[in-house]
Design a protein around this ligand. Structure first.
Ligand SMILES: O=c1[nH]c(=O)c2ncn([C@@H]3O[C@H](COP(=O)(O)OP(=O)(O)OP(=O)(O)O)[C@@H](O)[C@H]3O)c2[nH]1
Ligand SMILES: [Mg+2]
Length: 415
C-alpha cells in the first residue's frame, strides 16, 4: 500500500482516542482525538425538540449545517423528551475537524441517551470520515498535510445508509473516481464503527463477562452459604453458578425495599443491568412468630449493619429467652427473582417457605446463618445438622428452587 509523506498508509485511519468526562463538570463531555485533531464535545438538553450544533472552529456556519444534516435522520423525537445542544470546540485542527467533531458528538449523544434509558431514540449508529483524492489514488481520514485535489465528507450508518455526503474540489472527476472514493470511505467507516462500538461497550458494560457461558447462571449474592446451595441445586442440571464474588467491582446494592420481593428485585435488576446478563437474586429471612415476624427482611442486619451471623443468633436467643417451646414457631422465607437486562417488568418471581422452631441452644456445625437454631420437624434436625441434600429437600430455598425449576427455562426463552 502506498504511503503518505508522514509514513501513514493511504488506507490507514488516524489513531482514535476518547477521553470521557475530560472536563470534570457534571455536564456530559468527551475529548475526541483522531490523530492530532482534538475536539471537545459537550451536550446539554434544551426544551424544544431540536438538534442544535454549536461548532467552534473555522467555517462554523457550514460545519453546523453539515453536522445537523448528518445527525438528523438518526434521531427519533418520539422517544427523546427534549432536544439538545452539541457544542464542539476544536482545540487543535490537524485535519478533518468536522468529521472528528461529528464522531465525538454522535457517540456522546448515544451514551447520554443510554444513561436516560432512551436508547431507542437513536435509530442506528453513525460515523463520519473525510477522504481525499490525489493524482494517484485516494487517502482515507485526511490530515492537514495530505495534498489532495478533492475531498469527500461522509456520514454513514451501520445499516450502510448515508446521512450526509459532500464533495468539494478543484478538479473534475468521473463516476469511476466517485466509486473509488466511496469504496475507500466505506472501508474507513467500517473500521471506525468497530472502534466506537468497542468504546461504547466498555463505557456501558465495564465488567468482564467473558467467563460466562450458556450453561452458567449469575446469582446476585455475596452470601457464600446461599451460593453453595445454588451451586448444588443447579449442578444437577449441569449448570455452573457465578456470584458477586466473581465480580468484585460491582458496587454494594442497598436493600432499601420493604419486602423480600422488592429487595430481590433490586438485587436482580441492578446486577442484570450492570452485567447485561440474566441474573438470579435471593432475598430471604426468618420470621419468628413470638417476634411478630421479625427479623424478616432485616435478618442479615438484625444485630447491626455489619452482617454477623453469630451476633444475629445471639440476639435471637436473647429476644426469645423465657419463651416456651410451643411458642417458638418460625417461618424461613425465600423470594427468588430472575431478571433480564433492562426489562424489570418481565422479572420472574417465585417464593418458598418452611416452618420450624427456634431452639434454645444451637445444634450442628453445617449450614450458615440461623441454621443451628432452626429445627425442622419432619427430618427432626436443625438445618445445621442436615447434609446439604437433606436441607435442600425441605428448606425454603429448596422449595423456591423447585418452583423456579418449573418455569425459568421457558421464561428465559421469551423475548
Ligand atoms: O440459617 C439460615 N439458613 C438459610 O437457609 C438462610 N437463608 C438466608 N438466611 C439468612 O437470612 C438473611 C438473608 O438476608 P439477605 O437475603 O439479604 O442475604 P445476604 O445479605 O446474606 O446476602 P445477599 O444475597 O443479599 O448478598 C441472612 O442473614 C442469611 O444468613 C439464612 N439463614
Ligand atoms: Mg443482603
Amino acid at each position: 500500500m502506498k504511503q503518505r509523506d508522514n509514513g501513514r498508509e493511504n488506507d490507514a485511519l488516524r489513531p482514535l482516542h476518547l477521553q470521557h468526562q475530560f472536563l470534570t463538570t457534571a455536564e456530559p463531555n468527551v475529548l475526541i482525538q483522531q490523530g492530532e485533531t482534538r475536539v471537545l464535545v459537550q451536550i446539554a438538553p434544551h426544551a424544544a425538540k431540536t438538534i442544535q450544533f454549536d461548532y467552534r472552529g473555522a467555517a462554523a456556519v457550514s460545519a453546523n449545517q453539515w453536522l445537523t444534516q448528518a445527525l438528523q435522520p438518526a434521531v427519533d423525537f418520539e422517544t427523546f423528551t427534549n432536544g439538545f445542544t452539541l457544542r464542539c470546540t476544536v482545540l487543535q485542527d490537524a485535519g478533518s475537524p468536522v468529521t472528528t467533531a461529528f464522531n465525538g458528538a454522535f457517540w456522546l449523544l448515544k451514551l447520554w441517551a443510554h444513561d436516560q434509558q432512551l436508547d431507542k431514540g437513536l435509530r442506528y449508529n453513525l460515523v463520519a470520515i473525510t477522504v481525499g483524492l490525489t493524482d494517484d489514488g485516494t487517502l482515507v481520514d485526511l490530515e492537514t498535510d495530505d495534498q489532495v485535489t478533492t475531498t469527500l465528507q461522509l456520514a454513514v450508518s451501520d445499516l450502510d445508509a448515508m446521512t450526509a455526503l459532500t464533495v468539494n474540489g478543484t478538479m473534475a472527476f468521473d463516476g469511476a473516481t466517485l466509486n473509488q472514493f466511496l469504496y475507500t470511505a466505506f472501508q474507513g467507516t467500517t473500521e471506525l464503527m468497530g472502534q466506537f462500538k468497542n468504546d461504547y461497550q466498555k463505557q456501558t458494560h465495564p465488567y468482564d463477562t467473558s467467563s460466562i457461558g450458556a450453561q452458567t447462571v449469575v446469582v446476585a449474592t455475596k452470601n457464600m452459604g446461599k451460593a453453595r446451595e445454588f451451586e448444588k441445586m443447579f449442578a444437577q442440571d449441569g449448570i455452573t453458578v457465578k456470584t458477586l464474588r466473581d465480580f468484585p467491582d460491582i458496587p454494594d446494592i442497598n436493600e432499601t425495599g420493604t419486602s423480600f420481593e422488592e429487595n430481590a428485585r433490586l438485587k436482580a435488576d441492578q446486577v442484570a443491568h450492570l452485567l447485561q446478563l440474566p441474573t438470579l437474586a435471593d432475598d430471604s429471612g426468618l420470621e419468628v412468630d413470638a417476634l411478630d415476624g421479625r427479623p424478616g427482611i432485616f435478618s442479615a442486619r438484625y444485630a447491626g449493619d455489619a452482617h454477623n451471623d453469630a451476633a444475629n443468633n445471639a440476639k435471637l436467643l436473647y429476644e426469645l429467652s423465657g419463651v416456651p417451646d410451643e411458642k417458638r414457631g418460625a417461618t424461613f422465607h425465600t423470594t427468588l427473582v430472575f431478571a433480564k437486562p433492562d426489562q424489570p417488568d418481565a422479572d420472574l418471581v417465585v417464593n418458598g417457605e418452611v416452618r420450624g422452631r427456634i431452639l434454645g441452644i444451637p445444634r450442628g456445625d453445617d449450614g450458615f446463618g440461623y441454621d443451628p437454631l432452626f429445627y425442622e420437624p419432619t427430618l427432626k434436625k436443625t438445618f445445621a445438622q442436615m447434609t446439604p441434600d437433606e436441607k435442600n429437600q425441605v428448606s425454603h430455598r429448596g422449595n423456591a428452587m423447585r418452583a423456579l425449576e418449573k418455569v425459568w427455562r421457558d421464561w428465559l426463552k421469551k423475548n
